[in-house]
Design a binder for this molecule. Structure first.
Ligand code: PLP
Length: 372
């Protein structure tokens, strides 16, 4: 029996008819870009996230890009962020001619270490991007205090964390701006690319709405240069079908995480495999990432693969190690925790559709591969 890393069919099959009729209704109305479907989705997800403004955009990457543009980030500015994240977090900074400044992570949360962020600040710092990696909220109390003291904007990259909570509040509504992705493998995915920007700031929201249509104030009048960052009506229609299911999917991910915790702790000593720390808030479990120290991670992954079990390494290189960031980026202090993580992390299947049998097979295979 093989165990897929993500079983999208398990998520989509029960919704197939509802998605097809939502798509058909967009075709019947012949309105494909922004419009009523996107407006309705924005209202529904703003309520779900408990944020005043939600702006549908073309991807999580463009959510980050338009948020940074709306905050006037540009050449000469620095933006402090984590080196242990998907490329887009720092790519968006560099694309605007600003300098990504990397601060190291905490070993258990895999998120920015607040003290390292504080040490990374300079007179050029314009913003901090906190990433809620794998679905676990970053330490928003400490990071908000640092951003406030420094007078810089705190941006949340919540691409992996929709539904996660910090102190009882959903992520994406805690900083100045929140950025989400609807890439198919995220916890709420569309059928292609899509993203969202959230904010409580009316002026910032209005500016992001302009930036997503080439900075147009109204048709053919442009006071600034934006981009084509629009969300498609077809994707909004699909997202409106899927959003009511998100809470159930998150509960399934939580149940899978709890089951792994119990099974792994029983089957494998913590020196050989360390399960993730769920943290103080609500974890959205986009990924269930274990640590396998001692240079045995790759062998464990091969053992899984030989049994037809999917797994993934997020991320094999930290961003300060990427060739493109050997210039135009800066590290603030050693990046030893991020580098150690690249050698030890392994993401196991956790998405809804994972069966108890499949989960047992994952754990048994790891236990065999990591036996002393
Ligand atoms: C997926 C992801 C993004 C980018 O989202 P896309 O929709 O793929 O452009 C940004 N940041 C993080 C942390 C992500 O995981």
């Amino acid at each position: 029996m093989s165990v897929p890393f993500v079983d999208l069919a398990a998520i989509h099959d029960p919704l197939r008819e509802a998605m097809l009729s939502a798509i058909a209704s967009v075709i019947d109305r012949d309105a494909y870009v922004l419009g009523a479907e996107v407006d309705a989705f924005e209202r529904e997800i703003a309520a779900w996230l408990d944020v005043p403004h939600a702006i549908g955009v073309s991807s999580g990457t463009d959510a980050l890009l338009s948020a940074l543009m709306a905050l006037d980030v540009g050449p000469g500015d620095e933006v402090v962020t984590t080196p242990f994240t998907f490329f887009a977090t720092a790519g968006a900074i560099a694309r605007l001619g600003a300098t990504p400044v990397f601060a190291d992570i905490e070993p258990r949360s895999f998120n920015l270490a607040p003290a390292r962020v504080e040490a990374a600040l300079s007179p050029r710092t314009k913003a901090i991007i906190a990433v809620h990696l794998f679905g676990r909220a970053a330490d928003m109390d400490a990071l908000s205090a640092i951003a406030d003291r420094a007078g810089v904007a705190l941006i949340e990259d919540a691409a992996q964390a929709i539904g996660a909570e910090w102190a009882g509040r959903r992520v994406g509504g805690l900083g100045r701006v929140g950025c989400f992705s609807f890439f198919p493998a995220k916890n709420l995915g569309c059928l292609g690319d899509g993203g969202l920007v959230t904010t409580a700031d009316d002026a910032l929201a209005a500016r992001i709405r302009r930036l997503r249509t080439h900075g147009g104030e109204k048709r053919y009048l442009h006071n600034e240069v934006g981009g084509n960052f629009r969300l498609d009506a077809l994707q909004a229609a699909v997202l409106r079908v899927k959003l009511p299911e998100l809470e159930g999917w998150t509960a399934a991910r939580e149940a899978n995480a709890r089951a792994y915790d119990a099974m792994l702790r029983q089957a494998i000593p913590a020196e050989a495999l360390l399960p993730p720390d769920p943290g103080p808030g609500r974890h959205a479990w986009n990924q269930y990432v274990v640590r396998i120290p001692g240079g045995r991670r790759d062998a464990a992954r091969e053992a899984l693969s030989a049994e037809g079990i999917g797994s993934a390494v997020y991320y094999p290189l930290a961003l300060h190690q990427q060739p493109c960031f050997q210039t135009g980026a800066r590290t603030a202090g050693p990046m030893s925790e991020a580098e150690r993580a690249t050698a030890e992390v392994l993401a196991l299947p956790i998405a809804p559709g994972l069966t108890p049998d499949g989960q047992e097979q994952v754990v048994a295979t790891l236990a065999r591969a990591l036996a002393p």
